[in-house]
Ligand binder design. Sequence first.
Ligand code: E4P
Length: 212
Amino acid sequence: MKFFIDTANLEEIKEANALGILAGVTTNPSLVAKEEGVDFHDRIREIASLVPGSVSAEVIALDAEGMIEEGKELAAIAPNVTVKVPMTVEGLKAVHAFSELGIKTNVTLVFSAVQALIAARAGATYVSPFLGRLDDIGADGLTLIEQISSIFNVHGIDTEIIAASVRHPVHVTEAAIKGAHIATIPFNVIKQLTKHPLTDQGIEKFLADWNK
Ligand code: E4P
């Protein structure tokens, strides 16, 4: 499983990139809105120049025609821009059009296995099931990853599964076990992935012994 970072913040991206683990970046309108005074297209351009992997930039239009227009502009920013499209009928029309044009897509806001299947059949490069938001309503986000992975394997579908709305390290471990190709992770959770209390205790003990 590869790691993407889920942020539009340049400092976070640079710091995570320094670890050598970043295969891509996902943004969404809420994450971009947190970056006050920033032009959306400029920010996507900066991110795409920092990280060579896929950089997801989301369309705002709700109709296919509008999504296609916005998506073409986003895809023209850099060759590694992936157009993020919501999981709707209009979104799938746009995904189909983008796939004909050779533009990569990330279908976002996926909450059921059948949504993932239909998005893949429409030509999505990636589908993004949202783990945390399902857990929040008492459903099971990780089971969804398992279901999508199993359907894609049985039917030889090469659309990649991005585990999204990741809230803690257990989501990351389990998403990897259950077959997600990628997890897109907020920076605070990426930092948590490096931590274990026994590592800290071990370092403390080694240093104490060394100083004796
Ligand atoms: C994924 O591409 C989304 O940007 C993201 O993971 C949403 O996460 P949230 O539920 O924490 O907002």
